[in-house]
Design a binder for this molecule. Sequence first.
Ligand code: KIV
Length: 262
Amino acid sequence: MADLAKLKAKGEAIVAVSLYDAWMARLFEGAGAHVLLVGDSLGMLFQGQRDTVSVTLEHVIYHTRAVRAGAARAHVVADLPFLWASRSEDEALVALGRLLQEGGADSVKIEATERQAPLIARAVEAGIPIMAHVGLRPQTARTLGGYPRQGRDAESAAAICATAEVLADAGAYALLIENVPDSLGNEITARVRIPTIGIGAGPGCSGQILVAHDILGFSDTTPPFARPFANLGAEAASAAQAYAQAVASGQVGSRPPPATRR
Ligand code: KIV
């Protein structure tokens, strides 16, 4: 966490990725990612569900252990799943602790409003570092009717900015800002001392995060603000097809020639 604060102080961008397994963790850590988030977007991209509501604490612990196993140095953040932050503080604290103790996370991300400020203060006091997620909070997609951009008018932008300041004052070590106008990402970044990590919040944040599947072009639910850096979905589909055809024509089973062996 101190390293993330230093990166912000030096004006160097924090590289963060949301992913769910050891192999991806190794890949992105090897590429220089500072932060690996075990996001509850795994509900859509791993479990094939329509949103994050299906994701349980046990699921996030399981995936965090996998990411931890693949990450030697990066800071691993686990997402607190749906509803836990609205439970009693005592119950939420137990869940936060399990993500560190059983999952091996370094810190926990909470989708938060000002109501979660006391929980954040208590968690930090107990030794659990918290990243607070503001702007679009995907766990509220069913009440929002999807994933609309937040803070589009002056009043709601001011409210998100005020929430961000309250959560920073409560002790969060970083803010994740999702799907807001660039100007709001800039304003929050200027107002808080802690690092901000944006996803669809403009290039002015202290760092950026995208979901690994979106980066690799391995998703059909990529949000408009996520830029794919490859088209592995199409390549994987043609490999799957080539494999099925090779099996059907009896070309699989014996040792492949050395040139194609890995
Ligand atoms: O769950 C997730 O992957 C996230 C990112 C979208 C930031 O919260």
